[in-house]
Design a protein around this ligand. Structure first.
Ligand SMILES: [Zn+2]
Length: 271
């Protein structure tokens, strides 16, 4: 599933390509209607042509296209969604669900194997993204991290993945940040001492920036706006490295369940 670094990579790709351009047509392919959450697919396809894209921003894992009529096209890629920017004559893309034609003869193609992604065309994005916690890329301080954890009995990994606490981290980057911060994923969040919160807040920023330098992780379906894979899957330290030696100490990486999710960690480096 795309997490913050993947969604931000797509956003940056699209910024230079689609901002200033207007939609000229929208096609919601048969079977893809449920991806359009609001308004109806027919109204969605009718309302977008003629609207110019003024900006593309991101909140957590959501992309927001700011439109010239003041509305927002909000997109969440969920498990297997991708947004490809193609010339309109480019070869077909597999699992195309919704295509947006732009006024420069390019297309924004939304592909989604499992059709779990979501789109909304709304006056205000707050009902969709308003519940999200602070964005994980916005320089989280240790005090900020402590305020997310205060009074919660949940494990630190569950807190990091809770989008209403901190927006943007999923399984990959919460595991990686906990490794870099030297924190056991099953620790209750509220048990973390000040120096541990310091290490972890710093680790979150480092892990996200490094992943963006590698244009995201492509363990399964993720591709950027050109359809290219990211490279960060070659640089992860614990995610999906069960049984392989820890890069710090050589101890085999272990896999456990935390809040029902498979979780990888080093039993020696993470306490
Ligand atoms: Zn280790």
């Amino acid at each position: 599933m795309p997490e913050l670094p993947e969604v931000e990579t797509i956003r940056r790709d699209l910024l230079s390509r689609v901002v200033g351009h207007s939609f000229t047509g929208v096609r919601v392919l048969p079977g893809a209607e449920r991806i359009v959450r609001w308004p109806s697919p027919a109204e969605f396809a009718r309302a977008l042509p003629g609207r110019r894209i003024e900006d593309v921003s991101r909140r957590g894992k959501y992309l927001l296209f700011h439109l010239s009529d003041g509305r927002y096209l909000v997109i969440h890629l969920r498990m297997t969604g991708a947004l490809l920017h193609r010339c309109k004559d480019a070869a077909d893309d597999a699992y195309l669900r919704i295509s947006f034609s732009l006024d420069d003869s390019s297309e924004l193609r939304y592909t989604d194997l499992r059709k779990l992604g979501s789109m909304w065309l709304v006056e205000e994005p707050e009902p969709i993204v308003g519940k999200l916690g602070p964005d994980a890329l916005e320089g989280l301080t240790w005090q900020g991290l402590r305020s997310l954890i205060d009074g919660r009995s949940a494990t630190i990994k569950a807190v990091l993945m809770d989008q209403e606490a901190l927006a943007g981290l999923g399984n990959i980057y919460s595991e990686e940040a906990l490794f870099v911060g030297g924190i056991h994923p099953r620790r209750p969040g509220k048990s973390l001492a000040r120096d541990e919160l310091r290490r972890l807040s710093k680790a979150i920023g480092e892990v996200l920036l490094e992943a963006m330098d590698h244009r995201g992780s492509s363990f399964r379906d993720y591709v950027d706006a050109d359809g290219r894979e990211g490279q960060h899957q070659w640089h992860v330290k614990v995610y999906r490295r069960t049984g392989k030696p820890c890069y710090n100490c050589g101890t085999p990486i272990e896999r456990i369940k935390v809040s029902g999710r498979s979780t990888h960690f080093c039993p020696r480096c993470q306490r």
